[in-house]
Design a protein around this ligand. Sequence first.
Ligand code: SF4
Length: 397
Amino acid sequence: MESIKEIFKIGYGPSSSHTMGPRKAAEIFKEKNPNAHSYRVTLFGSLASTGKGHGTDFAIIKELAPLKVEIIWKQEIELAKHPNALKLESLDANLGILNEWTVYSVGGGKITDFTSDETEKIVYPHTFLTDILKWTKQTGKSFWEYVVEKEGEEIFDYLLEVWQTMEEAIARGIDSEGIIPGGLKLSRKASGYYVKSKNYSGSLKSKTLVFSYALAVAEENAVGGKIVTAPTCGSCGVVPAVLKSLKKSFDFSDQKIVRALATAGLFGNVVKENASISGAKVGCQGEIGTACAMAAAAATQLLGGTPLQIEYAAEMGIEHHLGLTCDPIAGLVQVPCIERNAFAAERALNTSTFSLLSDGRHLVSFDKIVKTMNQTGHDIPGIYKETSEGGLALLEI
Ligand code: SF4
């Protein structure tokens, strides 16, 4: 598996697969084509279906500026290797093709043309949680220590930057009000929820705070603000909300928080390796389900869980999101995405509590649920996989 830095990417919303990835592809292509007079970019499959709502064209045009860019939308054509494909062409003064590159945005901001050798990026020798669990048993160490052993102590510097970016997104989000651009006339909720939390006490207060933090980050993502993929832009509010609420309740140090982030990243990595974190590939279960699993693992570690309890909590995070569709209204990362972050954060805390109440033994392993999620995603019809052709996307608003 690659570094967990690939799970936690610092960047700008609203979509890791539909804006962050294509923007990166455009940046690389631009560097390789200094003699271009203009560009033509063809978007295929899901990238074309929801590209307008997600702002894919805007992200590419901005990256390739100041040269002219023609965008061609081919939602009816899905390339075999992945539903999120784009072809970039550099053109000369007579519109002759100088160079072309077909590349795939495979989720979480990662791009690949499936031709480059990825073996040099391998950081982790294990790809299954079962093997990593065995490692924790043999060594007596925790998941986060496994991450440090494979990535080196410097991973903490990166994770601290990740945490700071998450906290900044929360702070901006709970301080902002007004309508989220895109046409749905959706107003921001985080600020109001945060203020209302001050009037409550006990579990209602903590629930309201978790909702407000998750909404804050998801709303920042929806307006194109700076966030961290965890594991994607659409699901970026879940992990920060859970960590922030626990930090506040238990006064955890940043050191403990970044260790929890290391474990969260490890679980996200296993899903990315053995299934997918792309809504276009497996539906929202791969985004929000994975985010919930990551947050549940982090929370359980922070609250003193054993490796088995951590694995159980993460497993439930995916199990109870199985089959979750991706059908965003108008192709915008707003409805259902923003609220979904709030509910997944709360669910992550619930699965953590549930697991901590148990002795950690459970029937379905994390590896098995990841495999099941992948198969379920394969079986879900394409209209529910980030194409905005079914479900909620068909509602007349
Ligand atoms: S519905 Fe889920 S997978 Fe689809 S764009 Fe929204 S957050 Fe991402």
